[in-house]
Design a protein around this ligand. Structure first.
Ligand SMILES: [Zn+2]
Length: 159
């Protein structure tokens, strides 16, 4: 289960609105207790997508509208900040402009490089600069698909 404070959830929504219609990306800092993760802080990072994961030839390789790239250097910086605060990086988030918060095939391919089985993928849906549904996902160990993770935001259950 993933618990996000209301403040962190609001910060994710605000980031998604700020970068709309591009995707936003960031890291979730918190505490890991078995399979339970508590997010207490987020770190917004720059979407450094530059065509790293091409899936189809007709793609516009420079569009950041439906893809994101998490730079390993940003990850490292977040990891250091987490450690300094006595926290750890428990997951990441990104937005889906004008789409529901379901992971895409590109998300699945991109996630292989980032995550272990307990690493949470939070997706914030944002339509016309209004934040809508948010969902959390876990990539299964063999990387073949995501499964929905129970998500609680500031005491309110989401799915
Ligand atoms: Zn996505």
């Amino acid at each position: 289960m993933l618990t996000i404070t209301a403040e962190s959830a609001a910060a994710i929504a605000a980031h998604a609105i700020a970068t709309y219609p591009d995707e936003c990306v960031g890291l979730l800092l918190g505490r890991l207790n078995g399979t339970d993760k508590q997010v207490v802080r987020i770190i917004a990072v720059e979407n450094r997508w530059e065509g790293q994961v091409a899936l189809a030839e007709q793609d516009d390789p420079t569009s950041r509208r439906d893809r994101f790239y998490l730079d390993p250097r940003d990850y490292l910086r977040a990891d250091r900040a987490a450690q300094a605060a006595g926290l750890e990086v428990v997951g990441c988030y990104h937005s889906h402009p004008d789409h529901p918060p379901d992971p895409s095939e590109r998300d699945r391919v991109g996630a292989q490089a980032i995550a272990g089985p307990s690493f949470a993928f939070v997706i914030q849906s944002v339509y016309a600069a209004t934040a809508r549904d948010v969902a959390a996902w876990l990539l299964v160990e063999d990387g073949s698909h995501f499964v929905r993770e129970e998500l609680v935001v500031g005491g309110t259950k989401h799915a």
